[in-house]
Design a protein around this ligand. Sequence first.
Ligand code: GLU
Length: 520
Amino acid sequence: MTTLLRFAPSPTGALHLGGLRTALFNHLYARKLGGKWILRIEDTDATRAVPGSVDGIREALNWAGLEYDYGPEKGGPHAPYFQSERLDLYHTHAKKLIESGHAYRCFCSPDRLAATRESLARVGSNATYDKACLNLTEEEVARRVRAGEKHIVRLNDSNLPHRSTPPDLIFGNVRDAHASLPTDPVLLKTDLFPTYHLASVVDDHSMGITHVLRGEEWLPSLPLHLDLYACLGLHPPEFAHLPLLLNPDGTKMSKRKGDVHVADFMKRGWEPEAVLNWLALAGWGVQHDHPASSPSGHASHGLFRSTWSAFKTAPSSTTVLTMSDMIRDFDLKALTHRRTVLDPAKLEILNKQHLARRWNTPDGLDELAGRAHGLIKDTPYTSQAYIKKVILALESRLTNLNALPAHGAFFFEDPDFTSSEARGMLKGVSSDDYQSSRQSAISTLTAVAVDDWEKVDFNLLLHEECQAAKIKSKTYMTTIRYALSGVKTGPSVPDIFRVLGRERSIHRLMSAPAFPERGV
Ligand code: GLU
């Protein structure tokens, strides 16, 4: 059987990090096993649909380089890939379940259902419905259906094949899993749309899904899904539920606490490879040792399976992994079932390294320069070749490409000598030394021929000059750095010369303030 996985988001808003991690793990597992994966849009709840979500999800996947094999816009052997276009299939299965006595139609009004739920709870019952409609005669059901009476279809949980302990590839055997299920769960709603449960089981089966990798929030639904497979006489796929992602303080990630949408990470200039690397290692690496990663809710399952502690080769949570590394090393058995912390500090470390990997290749550097172009204000110095030089000069100082305009502002515009950083730079430099350093540098640089500019060893040249002028090298270099950039730290002075070029470097030294403002 060909390995086939699916990523099945509901179009209820922007894709969040948890969703991206689910898509990533589906991608990794499919590629690892030489299989394929589907993007399936679970749009059966029209009340929660948010226009534009599908485009947003596709854009995010595309940005991340997670290319699905079948799905919207691509088609494939199991099309359509929108559940709202597959209603007939759900109806056929619901009918089959009704005919075999595994499901029945329920005509109870919302008011009656609410009152029943309440009175059952009052007497301490775990039941959520009194199964009143299970006792309707066939004739009565037929009459009410003919009369067009609104109804839903429920699973009949008193007529189920043997229930077993649901196995999960990450969480192990989920004991007491059925306890939290409602009585006779709803399969078809009054609008004739299926609930998530029926649609998901029918589609996973009809599409030939072999492995379901999805978020931990669906673990409580696993027993119901297995009941449905059993009632329909179908063989279930394998299941793996991915643990929740947490903030470093152990709280659930939410928009209120920071960025959770993939679109935020795209906008903020993070490298997609770094974000994927970060997400992969959060559940894969050493994070299960974090004190916040063992919520008490889980201990009661008592079903801890393999974690990285059993694996000698656990990568650290900042190990740089490319997509092919991840595919090679991915192993479901190595995933922890514990809730995992996503630490933004680790993303910074990874991003810096993925940025470096990128600018080290000509194509990667071109791509970065293209992206940086959109970040820079319109100045005469925005050619692709020039931006590439700036990126290489800033190099390891750059944690995120979006920081390029701030870190490299002086490459694009004249230095800002009024900033407090600029005013503080010349604190230890006397006016005389400032003037002589500047003059000496101007004449030294003017003596360098245009054709020699790229080849000159500026360090050596300036060192000799400051000795000849009897000025301390620190004073000399600080003056030059001040005139060129107005900032204390950054690329080396020779690197700045090479990026600015001969004419602009000399011009900056000449036009630097004759009497610089100084901080106190
Ligand atoms: N539609 C569900 C969601 O968006 C996915 C559940 C699943 O993968 O089975 O969370």
